[in-house]
Design a protein around this ligand. Structure first.
Ligand SMILES: [Zn+2]
Length: 372
């Protein structure tokens, strides 16, 4: 047990989410509990992880979630390990929610994206068809996020583009998308920043410069691609060529990286398999499975095309495996499944209670100690 690597989880504690500030001590080695000296609350080692209050051993739960994350059906796990179906479904749900928090904390941070590809997958849903839209950063193969919706409309695409916007720095950016018109309007609407002038009313929104959009439309005849039409919907051809040069080996715009990632998701989520028999009952389940598969893809699974050659001193060479998260500079090593499931996402800093007038001395001291 290492008190310097944990933080207080009490939402009312001024020290919540603060790491290495000396307020955490060991409460019980036998029960593996910590204590926060600021608020006096104790909490278990597994608080804030997938393993919190589970009756099964950590290693066993990790193995079961690993099977789920690589596409093993729940029915197979139930039959092989004699577990209750609801228990396995609960683990998958909790792992998905945890992975969403990890994704929002570590991946959805501003970075120079270069080129982003986006696409939608048609999903069979009990009682109809649903859509899953996702986006990828080309140079690092980083999965940027996805949205599940019952309709393939402007709302779905806008929510996806808003996720991409959270990952983007104000730098030249190229979008390669399919022919859906909603992309162009969503990108133009979302990629704007307010210009504050000090006047009253809503500030004027200025569109980002150097955001290019290329639409790649495949003309299909009896399930064969006959022709690929590329249209520049925004930006100049020089800007597009320069961004393509920086981010990929060919100079032709395509959505192949996104289609390859769709293939990974199709093989790991049963409801996405083409002409398969499984249906999604609740869209919420698909949302959680998507976050589990996507975060494992980003952090735990080495990507073959990202490996690098390392020349050693004795003139021999060795291949070094890398994950999309390493390529994007989020981490420096390949995460194990247990590391991902036990990662504690820091809580947002404490906010002092709002009240009129000058804060009392006690609150002032807390603000000085924990916020300033
Ligand atoms: Zn506390």
């Amino acid at each position: 047990m290492d008190p310097s690597k944990v933080f207080c989880h009490n939402p009312d504690c001024p020290a919540r989410g603060k790491l290495g500030r000396g307020n955490i001590g060991i409460h019980s080695l036998k029960q593996r509990r910590y204590i926060c000296r600021e608020c006096g609350k104790t909490f278990t080692e597994s608080k804030g992880t997938v393993f919190y209050r589970l009756r099964y051993p950590v290693v066993f739960v990790t193995q079961m979630i690993t099977l789920l994350a690589y596409g093993c059906p729940i029915a197979a796990i139930v039959a092989a390990f004699r577990l209750d179906e609801r228990t396995v479904a609960f683990w998958e749900r909790r792992a998905g929610e945890h992975c969403q928090q990890v994704h929002e904390h570590l991946v959805q941070q501003p970075r120079d994206l270069g080129q982003v590809q986006a696409d939608e997958i048609r999903v069979k849903h009990q009682g109809g068809i649903a859509w899953l839209a996702m986006a990828i950063q080309v140079s690092t193969r980083l999965w940027l996020g996805g949205v599940v919706s019952a309709c393939r409309d402007g709302n779905l695409i806008t929510r996806l583009i808003e996720q991409v916007r959270r990952c983007a720095l104000y730098r030249p950016l190229l979008f390669c998308v399919d022919g859906l018109a909603a992309y162009v309007s969503a990108i133009r609407r979302v990629f704007r920043t307010p210009v504050f002038t000090g006047k009253r009313g809503r500030p004027h929104l200025r569109a980002w410069e150097h955001v290019c959009i290329v639409q790649v439309v495949k003309q299909v005849c009896s399930r064969r691609v006959m022709r690929v039409v590329r249209r520049i919907a925004q930006g100049t051809s020089e800007q597009v060529v320069s961004l393509l040069k920086q981010t990929q080996s060919t100079l032709q715009a395509h959505v192949a990286y996104m289609e390859r990632l769709n293939g990974t998701f199709r093989s790991r989520i049963a409801a996405l398999i083409r002409r398969g028999r499984s249906l999604v009952r609740h869209l919420e389940t698909l949302h959680q499975s998507m976050y589990l598969v996507g975060t494992v893809y980003n952090f735990c699974a080495p990507h073959k095309s990202l490996r690098r050659v390392l020349y050693l001193a004795d003139n021999t060479r060795r291949w070094v495996s890398r994950t999309p998260a390493i390529a994007a500079g989020i981490t420096d090593h390949i995460w194990t499944m247990q590391e991902l499931l036990a990662y504690q996402v820091p809580l947002p800093p404490w906010k002092p209670p709002r009240r009129r007038g000058r804060p009392p001395k006690r609150i002032k001291e807390l603000i000085n100690r924990w916020i300033l």
